[in-house]
Design a protein around this ligand. Sequence first.
Ligand code: PEP
Ligand code: MG
Length: 568
Amino acid sequence: MTISIQGISVSRGIAIGRVHCIKRDQIDTPEYLIRKTQIDSEILRLDNAITKARKELRAIRDHIPSSTSINISEFINTHLLMLEDNALTEEPKKIIKDRLCNAEWALKLQRDALVNVFDEMADAYLSTRKDDVGHVVNRILRILLKQKPLLDELPDEHLRGKVIAADDLTPADTVLMKHYGIAAFATEFGGSTSHTAILARNLRIPAVVGLHSAKKLIKNDDLVILDGGSGIVLVNPDKTVLSYYIKKQNEVKKYYSSLEKLKDSPARSIDGIPITLMANIELPEDFETVRDIGASGVGLYRTEFLYMNRNNPPDEEEHFQTYIKVIEALRGLPLTIRTVDLGADKEVDGVGRQTSNIRSNPALGLRAVRLCLKEPEFFRPQLRAILRASAHGPIRIMIPMLTNTQEMQQVLFIIDDLKLELKNKLIKFDQEIKVGGMIEVPASAICADIFADKLDFLSIGTNDLIQYTMAIDRINDEVNYLYDPLHPAVLRLIQATIVAGQKANIPISMCGEMAGEKEYTPLLLGLGLREFSMHPATLLEVKEIINKTNINELVELTKKALMVDGNY
Ligand code: PEP
Ligand code: MG
């Protein structure tokens, strides 16, 4: 019998495949005594498991495509080094001998001892190494216990074509999925604008989140159909259902290939209004797609993905080299680099760890520009690299999460200071580089005119704007029903921002997910939006709608949407 589970749709597309379940629970470590005569065989078991763990890690490292700038190799190398360290290879053996216990228990005791040492370290970087110790020990434990490895511990060929079922996934997991050729993923938790969801859309991985009953109903190796558009997961479908979805899968493919013809034509409404369609990019594999899809440039380059799956933040040179790669791929198209937006759900090792994510409301805490101003030692190298790169192609700087004018002034001051530094050292940069801000906080949308007076452009980040306007955590599926881009409060804030931009005569764009959802396109056009930035995967769908829309006819209808109606 086919079981149907309804979740939240986050990334369109139909996938049909076998399930691979990921559980992030603590491993149940068995404890038992061994006889003296068993010491040697227990030590041999540990040695074999460590050797196997090394092999697995090398296999993963060898399969990472050289095109990726996300330093997965560095993170794997750290784990390999730990597997050579006496603390993990020799100390547990002593414990086996001294306590006459099994290898798993000896390893657990040694891990606890190491974690305690790391916990006592004041240094943020070193204290985060305890996570690595945990990952490495878990890998060995799973081998000893003959358990299936987690996603990041599997060589890629095991996952090709699989549908991942998990409690929750991080953005970093999603990056790995792409490399592993995973067909789709389904999670118990998560919201539609979480970064994991955004990344899934960008990478065109069909995905459904918020499937609360999934754990009970989906098992390893079950055949599932995941319909990312409707948020439905069908477990062990019967023949009729399966053939219906195979047909639907083909229709979806046909629809996308029918859009290809729009790539080279401009976006223009029926009444002749030209619209600019830009792309949001994150990963190196997106760089080429901007031109391929016919976008007019990049309206949002999320640089935080440079910080993921690695142990320390990128330095100025790495930032610079990456931006040069993007500039080269864009061949003259404008690039808007958003300075790093870490914190909240975009957590990485080694940055802001002590301060931001241990607080109870990370989304309201130290993230994005707030974190950058608090930790200028990692903000300045990025800004300096952007300035240097601006000598090589058209670049704009975009600041996320501006909330008050002091933040804006502080950032502008740092940029001026860096410009002076570069000038004194005779290093080239674009002296007229444009600096803009993201309107993502209701306070800044209400005061958009103040920001518009001082900045060169504004971009509306609806993912956060909706989160903060509706007081909902964007990664919490339980309040996802309140994620409503059509709430008059949200629409009025968008409109206020567009009007402020028009008055100040500066470009206004939207780069939140709402910009790439074609059902909102006519409304946004009616509100006066003329520049959209979205993940390349949806650009042609939006273009198709624009080309069929008469904007003048929408003005009256749009006014109605701004009024409080029966739903509110
Ligand atoms: C937004 O908040 O709408 C946005 C584009 O930024 P991010 O999703 O990266 O927070
Ligand atoms: Mg945002």
